[in-house]
Design a protein. Sequence first.
Length: 115
Amino acid sequence: MTKRNTKLRVFEGAVLFLLLVFGSSSFADELKMGKMIYQSSCLQCHGERGDGNGPEAVNYDPRPTNFASSQMSALTDPMIEKAVVVGIPALSTHTWGTRLSNAEVAAVIRYIRAF
Ligand code: HEC
């Protein structure tokens, strides 16, 4: 192997390493942001564990969705995004798109998908 090739390998290795480190840390940052939004805006209804049993859940019929249920896994990402951004028939205040940025919506959806 020539000296030039070795340098190239080292360079490629460094690029790959940086991609891995920064790629995964931005993923972790998004989840952290999603958790913060969830705790301040969603937890009171959907519950700390996403099971639909938050402190205010009893006031709603139908009850807030259990994010760990098969009902949730049946929803596609666009369906979830619509429910969060535009709202749902059951609750006129479920229009989070007026209060959250696109990045915040994406982060909170990633977080509730992980329950
Ligand atoms: C005031 C109570 C309340 C709050 C706060 C709330 N939700 Fe909901 N959410 C509901 C209710 C009620 C439903 C309707 C359940 C149903 O129709 O079966 C629902 C349904 C959903 C659904 C499922 C929609 C579907 O098509 O089944 C998603 C996703 C969702 N909420 C996300 C969120 C997110 C994300 C937040 C925070 C940004 C949030 N909700 C905050 C009460 C709430």
